[in-house]
Design a protein around this ligand. Structure first.
Ligand code: FMN
Length: 371
């Protein structure tokens, strides 16, 4: 269960103003926050419309169940899982929480159909499809199995198409996010999509580190939000202590997108903390491109070698704690990760910050009325 909201952290600008608000005002503000997120909460079935974005290797049974138990919505990352291990992971989450949670499936997974079947066997209520436009058949099968389908949209036209294909909700993720990213920032995507896509709930992701931002997106029309980076250092996260330390030390400016040296050899943009591997990736690209130029490698072989560089790198960092040669996928919101906290503390802090803004506004309105 989520702990009570104290509204003690509020706005850094003037926390005292928030603390001075009578508890009746705080209660009204919390009710207003709940009203703003009602659509997202109804879709997810939890107390808060805050999804814990699936993170490969990080979003496993412990973190997912902790997020759901604390009132958020945990999502299992299945990017690295076989159907058998996904089945075990879902069963484990179910043994740790009775609350709703979801499963994130990558549309390009070679065994996607089997993964969908596993979700159906376990009666998973929500499936998030990531990694490109899903097939109509996959979406139909998930819905026929009784689950809701959430899909990522990178532009308004794309989102509209997903609505026509039967998506139950959309996630829009801006380039501030950790992991694989698109070219457009969360703020711009939100303005592009939220005012125009009202048929189904839209969740906003990427760069969200504080409750004030959650409130802002809700007020722009979002049904809820999805956060990843902020949960990496949760006490319940199994990420290696060195991985967590790297997050705690980092600032927003350390989370940079991967660099592509040559347009003939595309590099999928991934946002991660800069480390020695970031430098080595540049040197490796240079070397491979030279071998291609000298005729030693075909274009296809060169492309494969470039792509191979990061194979297994996220696991090395998250699980083994190899922060030198592993991939430290992180969003710009990493600057808001300052210590290890329980999931319940993180969620309560985010809600406090959002409700704090509403309370501050209510206080200002009250001051104007009596002056
Ligand atoms: C370490 C890490 C791994 C991630 N892995 C996945 C993944 O497997 N599938 C996916 O859809 N998104 C993945 N993401 C993105 C998150 O689900 C989430 O949308 C994103 O972190 C939100 O932005 P934020 O990091 O600014 O909070 C990953 C993010 C991080 C930081």
């Amino acid at each position: 269960m989520m702990t009570a909201v104290h509204v003690s952290v509020g706005l850094a600008a003037n926390p005292g103003d928030v603390e001075r608000q009578p508890s009746a005002v705080i209660d009204r503000c919390r009710a207003e926050f709940d009203r703003l997120s009602a659509r997202g909460r109804a879709l997810l079935g939890g107390e808060l419309a805050i999804m814990g974005g699936a993170m490969t290797w990080v979003s496993e049974r412990n973190l997912v169940s902790a997020i759901s138990n604390a009132g958020g919505f945990g999502v299992i990352a299945s990017g690295s899982l076989s159907p058998e291990s996904l089945s075990a992971e879902i069963a484990a989450v179910k043994s740790l929480t009775t609350r709703p949670f979801g499963v994130n499936l990558i549309t390009l997974h070679p065994r996607l159909d089997e993964l969908i079947e596993v979700c159906a066997e376990h009666r998973v209520g929500h499936v998030v499809l990531a990694g490109g436009l899903p097939s109509v058949a996959a979406m139909r099968r998930i819905r026929e199995n009784g689950a809701r389908v959430l899909c990522f949209a990178s532009a308004l036209g794309f989102a509209r198409k997903l609505v026509r294909m039967g998506a139950d909700a959309i996630v829009i993720e801006g380039s501030e996010a950790g992991g694989h990213i698109g070219p457009v920032s969360t703020g711009v995507l939100a303005q592009e999509i939220l005012p125009h896509l009202t048929e189904i709930p839209v969740f906003v992701a990427g760069g969200i580190g504080r409750g004030e931002a959650i409130l802002a997106y809700l007020e722009m029309g979002a049904a809820g939000v999805q956060l990843g980076t902020r949960f990496v250092c949760a006490r319940q996260s199994i990420a290696h202590p060195r991985f967590k330390q790297a997050f705690i030390r980092a600032s927003a400016r350390d989370a940079i997108p991967s660099t592509q040296l040559d347009p003939r050899f595309p590099v999928i943009p991934v946002r991660a903390l800069a480390n020695p591997a970031t430098e080595r990736f540049l040197a490796r690209q240079r070397e491979i491109i030279e071998r291609f130029a000298s005729g030693e490698l075909s274009q296809k072989a060169a492309q494969l070698e470039i792509e191979h560089f990061w194979a297994g790198a996220l696991r090395r960092a998250v699980i083994e704690g190899d922060i030198e040669s592993g991939s430290l996928m992180a969003g710009q919101s990493v600057g808001f990760v300052t210590r290890e906290q329980t999931v319940a503390e993180i969620l309560a802090e985010l809600v406090d910050q959002a409700v704090g803004v509403l309370a501050l506004r209510a206080g200002r309105k009250h001051d104007r009325c009596i002056s």
